[in-house]
Design a protein around this ligand. Structure first.
Ligand code: ZN
Length: 240
């Protein structure tokens, strides 16, 4: 049996509170990497959108240039056919050459329509690129701000952890060595708090009743007691 005082119990309770805060802080620090990563992923999506829009624009421009060179290639053919028209001997030949010229002109007119159509699409794609670039730069500045806030949170968390660990070590020096060993043994075995209050004979660690005799002894604060159900250190708290 380990004898105990109210002050020693208070120290253990305090040690548990610091331990809880340390766990919460470590838990928060553990999320930092994922949070930064998801912000990077979010930004990359906007960056990809800009690249995709640029590709669409380039494709329209490429098509336009290709039609333009088709059109240029057809011009000499028309000139050639017109020259031919002047030297033809028969009506039949004349008509077929006229048809040839008409066909070339029609093809050119179709090409010109396509090119006009493409100019509209280039214009739209150009605007889409500008819009997505704007969205990207706005998002970038927003995400940079958020990333800085997360980094700041990380720094605060690290500072807090250092402070808590110092407090923990300082408090441990005040605690009886045997008690501290017991406390750490329970901590290793049990998930959650190592020391729990007992209110109205109910252990707050496992929410089960402790035996009536133990509850009476607990109120005297003479010896360190453990919950027979969850094995946590227990202490009495006056019911409200
Ligand atoms: Zn219990």
């Amino acid at each position: 049996m380990i004898s105990i005082t109210k002050a020693q119990l208070d120290n253990l309770v305090q040690l548990q509170k610091i331990g809880d805060k340390i766990n919460t802080t470590i838990g928060m620090l553990d999320t930092i990497g994922t949070r930064l990563e998801s912000l990077e992923v979010e930004l990359a999506l906007y960056e990809k959108k800009v690249e995709d829009e640029k590709k669409i624009l380039q494709e329209f421009k490429r098509q336009y240039r290709s039609f333009e060179s088709d059109l240029q290639a057809k011009q000499p053919q028309i000139i050639k056919s017109k020259e031919k028209l002047r030297s033809v001997k028969t009506n039949k030949e004349y008509n077929s050459t006229l048809k040839e010229i008409d066909k070339l002109k029609e093809q050119n007119s179709l090409l010109e329509d396509e090119m006009l159509n493409l100019l509209d699409r280039i214009d739209e794609a150009d605007k889409a690129v500008l819009k997505s670039q704007e969205e990207y730069s706005q998002t970038k500045s927003d995400i940079t701000t958020r990333m800085n806030a997360v980094s700041l949170e990380e720094q605060d968390g690290k500072n807090e952890l250092t402070r808590l660990n110092k407090n923990c070590s300082a408090l441990e020096t005040k605690i009886n060595k045997d008690l501290l060993i017991k406390f750490k043994l329970v901590k290793e075995k049990i998930t959650g708090p190592s020391i729990s209050p007992v209110i109205n004979a109910v252990c707050q660690g496992c929410h089960l009743n402790i035996p009536p005799q133990m509850y009476i002894e607990l109120q005297r604060i003479e010896n360190l007691k453990f919950c027979p159900n969850c094995q946590r250190m227990i202490y009495w708290v006056e019911p409200q």
